[in-house]
Design a protein around this ligand. Structure first.
Ligand SMILES: NC(=O)c1ccc[n+]([C@@H]2O[C@H](COP(=O)([O-])OP(=O)(O)OC[C@H]3O[C@@H](n4cnc5c(N)ncnc54)[C@H](OP(=O)(O)O)[C@@H]3O)[C@@H](O)[C@H]2O)c1
Length: 314
């Protein structure tokens, strides 16, 4: 099979041996695979894939058809349309995935949308609802609203009846972000637009002191992305006074059981909304690239300024 491959911190296309499904696994013929910030770090050698995943083939999410089943795998039949988060190896013609991580692709979604959905919708759903316990009527601030997780979180917040505000630091994207169902604001002076019950932090440490100022009593901050920095100074008296909570989370390090649970919750609570009429959720895609142009897709992602996702089609 052909696969995007990391060689000397660059992305090239190489031939690899076809993977074979082990017990409980499905072999998936991949049709689309979304890019993520972690792929950019893995390419630079800063974020190795977890043990058991291919180390040189990147890709944390995929959508495709089941091509074969390993011993004991029975959740999906050969030919079923499936999608999943994986530890690595998604940006290839074939990938093996444990069947408990697979989700059915809603009929309403084409391959690029399905390949760009799992990582950002699972991350946003887990952060907002499993961790921050966001409820209807609460005020939600999303720091970094124009990217993959941000555009998913805006729509999920709106779907549950929260009042959503999102920071967007490129003026030219503000209108399209607000069209997803939020008030799009400049990052400068965001705390004055509060107070907020929940803040989803996708940018990092430089926002944290002001996040605390912008939080209402009983508020929650969930830290998911730290590309702008990892250390900040916090006023713990303010944290106590507001009876506030700060959560942090990563998905990649979780056990199979924990990852399977996030997939089941998405299946039951979120996927039906893509098939509603009109759809209550969609997957914003900035650009698709064929596998042969994977290096260009990485450059496009790293350049920033996109709305939503960059996807490889295979
Ligand atoms: N913890 C986890 O399990 C987990 C899972 C998925 C993702 N992540 C992390 O979460 C972060 C977001 O992921 P993603 O997929 O949404 O990445 P993304 O698509 O690159 O989105 C990040 C967004 O933040 C914007 N941004 C950067 N600095 C900003 C600022 N100061 N104010 C407002 N917006 C700003 C970016 O704009 P520009 O493009 O204009 O720079 C971009 O729109 C990444 O760091 C990613 O690695 C963590």
């Amino acid at each position: 099979m052909r696969a995007a491959t990391i060689r000397d911190k660059e992305i090239v296309i190489e031939e690899h041996a076809d993977p074979a499904p082990q017990a409980g696994e499905a072999l998936v013929r991949v049709h689309a695979a979304g890019l993520n910030g972690a792929d950019m770090m893995q390419r630079r050698g800063l974020y190795p894939a977890p043990p058991g995943s291919p180390q040189d083939i990147p890709g944390m999410e995929l959508a495709g058809e089941v091509a074969a089943l390993g011993p004991g795998a029975e959740r999906f039949a050969v030919g079923a349309r499936v999608m999943a988060i994986v530890g690595g190896g998604a940006q290839a013609e074939l990938a093996t995935v444990h069947e408990r991580l697979l989700m059915p692709v809603p009929d309403a979604l084409d391959w690029p949308a399905a390949g760009a959905l799992p990582e950002v919708f699972v991350t946003a759903h887990d952060a907002l609802f499993s961790q921050a316990e966001l409820r209807s009527g609460e005020r939600l601030l999303i720091q970094g609203g124009a990217g993959g997780v941000g555009t998913a979180a805006i729509q999920l917040g709106r779907a549950v009846g929260a009042r959503v505000t999102a920071t967007v630091h490129r003026d030219e994207l503000s209108e399209r972000v607000s069209a997803l169902g939020c008030e799009a604001i400049s990052p400068e002076g965001f705390a004055e637009r509060g107070p907020f019950d929940v803040i989803l932090e996708l940018v990092g440490a430089p926002n944290m002191a002001e996040n605390l100022n912008a939080l209402d009593t009983g508020g929650r901050i969930v830290v998911i992305g730290v590309s702008a920095g990892v250390k900040s100074e916090l006023n713990l008296l303010a944290l106590m006074g507001k009876r506030a909570r700060i959560h942090g989370s990563t998905l990649r390090a979780r056990s199979l059981e924990e990852k399977a649970l996030t997939a089941r919750r998405l299946e039951h609570e979120v996927l039906p909304l893509f098939g509603a009429s009109p759809p209550a959720l969609r997957v914003p895609i900035a650009e698709t690239f064929p596998l042969e142009r994977a290096a260009a897709a990485y450059e496009r992602f790293a350049a920033g300024g996109k709305l939503g996702k960059i996807v490889l089609t295979i």
